[in-house]
Design a protein around this ligand. Structure first.
Ligand code: GLN
Length: 538
């Protein structure tokens, strides 16, 4: 254990989407596996207060933490790799920084000073970076700076990094710079110039990269590494190749082979040991050597962009490995499902997941999909909006409540089986006002869900405004759609199931946010098991 926390800054150059989040998470894994209490934080240079109001097409999935923060999807990777919960402190945006500074200004906290980017914004950034370190819970804090070095919006962050390195002193803070080494096919050569320029841009802000992580499609030869080291002013051992991997879960081992953890620990004056990756590698082994295969349909409206359902896709990887089976996830666009084509589109699937979402687009297709799987007894998992669709489908087609709907889609519906929570009725602002974060849920005795979780009370994360309408509960129960999980304080229904079917579960919360490599989520594990069983009966 070390007394003062050490800081690692991960910056990126040349291009966005080089995989800073995965590199940060992999490094954290290697440090954690040597006994260092490590956490990761992401600083995003956009002006939204949080990504909660962003369309998934813009930025991928919005990840929700226990404390109800709506955050960048990289936090999902941090949790999946480390199996340690994150919180609001792990994700800060420029919008939040400015909001906080402006609020302080209005309260008169700056005592009449002119409020400026330097020092007020940079001080606020420095404070946010040190919140996690000062908690005493961590030995090492990795801070990933979103965006690309050289962008106007990144400047205050890079200046804050420069100052912090100076404040904290040598061996207490280092900078990793992630860059791209492109391969020019026509010349048959890897090019180092973009990296040299990116390091130079960083230096113009007074920050020297300590370690280079070079994203590349081809192996970096020794001579390329030497060239990069010489012209970027880093040690040769500090030039780390990050070659494209077939799965993100290989990256910790690849970084170990390259000695990223060693280079980092040496720079921080900390001792390095061989990380204990036994459990991690056992997972990889199961994941890469499946004994069978199933296909699950993922019905949603943002299916064109893989990142929109990131946590769901990763949860299937964890659950597949646990069951030693390869889970093929087939994305199916809900907008194009109709009663005529539903059987052709879903007939071959071993299980169907109807995804979370917002707004009217594509919901009739989701309802059609639920009808098909309910009638055909295909294993079904509905998450949040997916659960609400299952309730609406049952109301319309079993209870015969024509035009039953959610108030979100139809304010005039005669049967609002999904309605707006009382506490939501006067809410005007969209950002940060949903039912968010962890809530308790009590499970009903002898239900399928109680068997799956093997406990009576659970805690899961929420992100929604609408709810199951208890006025219809008796009708639903009598006809066979059972409520099997409740919020103990409000009595809100959180889980529904159809005991007559083999495996039909809808949950108002998001189990996908809590699945990790070390702890695959029981709901996904059992869903995959059910799909396997269903396949074997075909
Ligand atoms: N749109 C629905 C609601 O607000 C469901 C949200 C979700 O799927 N996360 O209640």
């Amino acid at each position: 254990m070390i007394t003062d926390p050490k800081y690692i800054f991960v910056t990126g150059g040349v291009s966005s989407s080089l995989g800073k989040g995965i590199i940060a998470a992999s490094l954290a894994k290697l440090l954690q596996a040597q006994g260092y209490r490590t956490t990761i934080q992401k600083l995003d240079p956009y002006i939204n207060i949080d990504p909660g109001t962003l369309n998934p097409y813009e930025h991928g999935e919005c990840y929700v933490t226990d404390d109800g923060a709506e955050t960048d999807l990289d936090l999902g990777h941090y949790e999946r790799f480390l199996n340690v919960a994150t919180s609001q402190a792990n994700n800060v945006t420029t919008g939040r920084i400015y909001q906080s500074v402006i609020n302080k200004e209005r309260r008169g906290e700056y005592l009449g000073k002119t409020v400026q980017v330097i020092p007020h914004i940079t001080n606020e950034i420095k404070e946010r970076i040190q919140i996690l370190g000062n908690s005493g819970e961590y030995d090492i804090v990795i801070t990933e700076i979103g965006g690309t070095v050289g962008d106007i919006e990144s400047l205050p962050y890079i200046e804050a990094v420069r100052q912090l390195e100076w404040d904290l002193g040598e061996h207490n803070a280092i900078v990793i710079h992630l860059t791209l080494v492109p391969f020019l096919a026509a010349a048959g050569e890897l090019k180092t110039k973009p990296t040299q320029h990116s390091v130079k841009t960083l230096m113009e802000s007074g920050v020297q990269a300590d370690i280079l992580v070079c994203r590349t499609e081809h192996e970096l030869s020794e001579s390329i590494k030497t060239k990069l080291a010489r012209f970027c002013n880093v040690k040769k051992e500090a030039v780390i190749q990050s070659i494209d991997a077939s799965t993100i879960y290989d990256v910790p081992n690849l970084m170990l082979e390259e000695g990223l953890d060693k280079a980092v620990l040496q720079k921080l004056n900390l001792k390095s040991e061989t990380p204990n990756l036994t459990q991690w590698n056992a997972f990889l082994d199961r994941y890469k050597n499946p004994k069978g295969e199933i296909t699950i349909g993922l019905i949603g409206k943002y299916v064109e962009l893989q990142d929109s359902y990131k946590s769901i896709l990763e949860s299937f990887i964890h659950a597949g490995a646990e069951n030693e089976v390869l889970v093929n996830v087939e994305p199916i666009h809900s907008e194009y499902i109709t009663s005529q084509n539903v059987s052709a589109k879903l007939g071959h699937l071993d299980g169907v997941l109807v995804a979370p979402g917002f707004g009217e687009r594509g919901i009739e297709g989701k309802i059609e999909a639920v009808r098909f799987v309910r009638e055909q007894n295909v294993p079904f998992l509905g998450i949040c909006l997916g659960m609400q669709m299952a309730v609406i489908e049952f109301a319309r087609n079993v209870l015969n409540l024509k035009d039953a709907n959610s108030l979100e889609m139809d304010e005039e519906t005669p049967h609002p089986v999904i309605n707006l929570m009382e506490s939501q009725k006067d809410v005007v602002n969209k950002g940060g006002t949903m039912r968010l974060g962890t809530w308790d849920c009590k499970l009903t005795d002898h239900s399928l869900i109680q068997r799956i979780y093997a406990t009576n009370q659970i805690k899961e994360r929420h992100r929604h405004r609408f709810e199951y309408n208890n006025d219809y509960k008796e009708q639903f129960e009598t006809a066979g759609l059972k409520a099997s999980g409740f919020n103990p304080e409000t009595n809100l229904v959180e889980i529904i199931e159809i005991p007559e079917n083999d495996w039909f579960v809808g949950v108002q919360f998001h189990p996908e946010y809590k699945s990790t490599v070390a702890s695959p989520h029981p709901l996904f594990v059992d869903f995959v098991k059910a799909a396997l069983k269903s396949k074997s009966k075909k």
